[in-house]
Design a binder for this molecule. Structure first.
Ligand SMILES: Cc1cc2nc3c(=O)[nH]c(=O)nc-3n(C[C@H](O)[C@H](O)[C@H](O)COP(=O)(O)O)c2cc1C
Length: 192
């Protein structure tokens, strides 16, 4: 069974992390979930949920973000992907600076040192130069920087359509099949 870390940090967009978790479970993944304190606040504010509400499936392990001895802290544990969704500018800045002061940042540093698949999903606008520089560094090091920027060319009708747009792009990066949205065929628009 493929294994991933999903970290939900304190950027707006907890819905993206929740939906990603659901979809990866549906696709047969096992998940080590980490939720920062600020992530918990946004999960409550935006979804009306607690971290415990996200662990009804036995394939999800909820890790204490303060526990630097938990499984994701070690490079010897084999993970197929590390996803920070949503990713706060603070966490992105720490990872780009090599700071691993909690389980979220430590597992991201493990992903970097082991050169494993990592995806960060920032949500902030406008973006401070320091965070742009941090994202550029991560991108240079092979991290997929996938901003939570839904497109509108699929005629979204509901907020869930916008959430699914972003989650679909994350799943694509992980080669996970999904039916979250129609794929562009090239025949939708006649430019002539
Ligand atoms: C309600 C709320 C919304 C926030 N939204 C964002 C955001 O969209 N993007 C961001 O980078 N930080 C946002 N922040 C700030 C982060 O939560 C803050 O930088 C925090 O220190 C991040 O810590 P963490 O990375 O450990 O979760 C928000 C904070 C709050 C309280």
């Amino acid at each position: 069974m493929p294994l991933a870390v999903i970290a939900i940090t304190g950027a707006s967009g907890a819905q993206y992390g929740k939906r990603l978790l659901e979809e990866m479970l549906s696709a047969g993944w096992e998940i080590d979930l980490i939720i920062t304190r600020a992530g918990e606040i946004n999960l409550d504010l935006e979804c009306g949920l607690t971290p415990e509400d996200l662990i009804s499936d036995e394939r999800v392990t909820l890790n204490d973000n303060k526990n630097l001895a938990a499984r994701p802290a070690s490079g010897s544990a084999k993970y197929d992907a590390y996803i920070i969704c949503p990713a706060s500018g603070t966490t992105i800045g720490k990872v780009a600076a090599g700071i691993s002061d909690n389980l979220t940042t430590r597992s991201a540093l493990v992903a970097l040192k082991e050169k494993r698949k990592m995806i960060v999903v920032p949500r902030e606008t406008p973006v401070a130069t320091v965070h742009l520089e941090a994202m550029a560094k991560l991108s240079t090091w092979g991290v997929v920087v996938l901003p939570a920027n839904p497109g509108f060319y699929h005629s979204p009708e509901k907020i869930s359509d916008l959430i699914d747009f972003v989650v679909a792009r994350i799943l694509d990066q992980l080669n996970i099949n999904h039916n979250l949205r129609k794929r562009w065929t090239g025949e939708e628009v006649d430019m002539n």
